[in-house]
Design a protein around this ligand. Structure first.
Ligand SMILES: [Zn+2]
Length: 313
């Protein structure tokens, strides 16, 4: 097999005359191996993930690749261009809540439909690269879906393990935090071992987070026989059985009293929400004991606005 690298912009017709564009970079190796699909920029303001995906494509040499690697470098191009966190600017939907998509829905539904069916579903393995969004800081972590079957579950866990991030959470549709509608859970349900991997945040393009993603990508590709070289065995990783997201019961200004990575006790004060004159509205407390894995960094909190996420063992 002759190896080659190609880039193209895949275009699909979206609703109301809005085009859907995916920048897709493909590496076909010189030997046989699995087909890895990698997406970044499903959230368009998670920059280390996007840059790691682009760097991977540019760094890998076809003679070292076995099989094929398909990389969508920015899955939500118009969110990237508009610097919109969490959602697509055209219909305000979060793409990572509407998988596997809907060809007759609004823009994000259609985008996800094509991304899932034309690209992700073609792979043998799938990694979805994320980080904290513009107003979100996080400890690097992965999520993988469990509950399909033993083989897919264990391979998904291996993807998370060899990506070598320090925190790893197994999720299900019925977890406290449901993974219904996410890219990785829907891919797993199709029988494709999958994980979402998160590093970086708050709109920063920091090299340490890019490097964490790149190290994980290469290690996973080596472990699964898609890249020449020996994978390293990650050590000291933490595994969590559930993910608790804490929301504010009121809108207001949030004053945070905890730090990323803190081990929280049940009932521990995590901050307060005050009104626009500084009057206390509510004391926020940790609902469970666990590790603080992500934190909203903006003090502007809406009703039901997300404050933080806790991994529980
Ligand atoms: Zn994201």
């Amino acid at each position: 097999m002759n190896g080659k690298k190609t880039t193209e912009i895949l275009a699909f017709a979206g609703p109301n005359g809005n085009e859907i564009l995916f920048p897709v970079a493909t590496i076909t190796g010189k030997g046989d191996g699995p087909h890895f699909v990698i997406t970044a920029g499903i959230h368009g303001a998670e920059y280390p993930a996007i840059v790691a995906a682009i760097t991977l494509f540019n760094e890998l040499k076809t003679e070292n690749v076995l099989g094929k690697i398909t990389i969508v470098t920015i899955a939500s191009v118009n969110a990237f261009e508009a610097r919109t966190p969490f959602v697509n600017p055209l219909d305000k939907k979060n793409p990572n809540r509407v998988f596997p998509g809907n060809p007759r829905g609004s823009y994000t539904d259609v985008l996800v439909h094509y991304l899932f069916n034309k690209i992700i579903a073609e792979g043998d393995y799938y990694l979805d690269l994320h980080g904290g969004d513009l107003v979100e800081a996080l400890e690097p972590f992965s999520l993988h879906h469990v509950g399909v079957n033993e083989l897919v579950d264990s391979k998904s866990r291996e993807l998370a393990q060899y990506y070598a991030l320090p925190n790893n959470i197994a999720t299900t549709t019925n977890s406290s935090w449901s993974d219904d509608g996410t890219s990785y859970a829907n891919a797993a349900k199709l029988g494709i071992p999958s994980a979402i991997v998160e590093a970086g945040g708050i709109g920063q393009l920091d090299q340490d987070s890019v490097d964490l993603h790149l190290r994980g990508l290469k290690n996973v590709l080596r472990h699964f026989g898609c890249l020449k070289g020996e994978a390293f065995e990650p050590i000291g990783q933490h595994y969590y059985r559930d993910f608790i997201w804490l929301r504010s019961p009121v809108k207001g200004i949030f004053y945070c009293a905890v730090k990323l990575g803190d081990s929280l006790r049940t009932g521990q004060p995590v901050g307060t929400v005050v009104d626009y004159f500084g009057n206390l509205l509510v004391n926020i407390k940790a609902p469970v004991a666990g590790k603080l894995l992500f934190l909203t960094t903006s003090p502007a909190i809406a009703v039901e606005g997300l404050i933080l996420g806790i991994g529980i063992k």
